[in-house]
Design a protein around this ligand. Sequence first.
Ligand code: ZN
Length: 178
Amino acid sequence: MLHQKLFFKDLLDYSTSKSNLSKKLDVKQMPRLSEIISLDNDSSTVSISATLKLNDQLNPSISGEIIASLSLICQRCLGSLNWNETIEYSVDFIKEADPHTGKNNIDYISINDEGIILLDLLEDEVLSSLPMSIMHKNIELCENIDKLSMFLGSSDEETEKKNKPFSDLSEILGKDGN
Ligand SMILES: [Zn+2]
């Protein structure tokens, strides 16, 4: 059901009989998502639950939860970074050129003759939930931090040593002041 192309009539059929689905997905089947996760790591999982049912306008709808646990690539250190999120989604479908296009309904997808693949839709939901910039929360969590801190000139032991003469000086100045 997730992988095959569905037309409006199919969605209507599944929704009329109220279909439930819960499944662990292979991330490799989501090509756009696969591009941004670290491939040397098979720890990425996406589990979904979905209910297809008719909404108040008697149009098909899909809603449920996506539990994503992804091994993403940190944009600062290129190390892997675990991202866990539970995404709740709800999407209504309308038939293209349906005169009853619910104008108050923002989150709907118009189904034309091309049909829709639900897996693509679920992948969209995951992609749109990802943070804008994928990075470890704290630079100390980054890999190769020694190289990074040198590069960024952040305080490490060497800079502390360099700063010492100044603290000695301030001690001397302090004594003079007394
Ligand atoms: Zn990092």
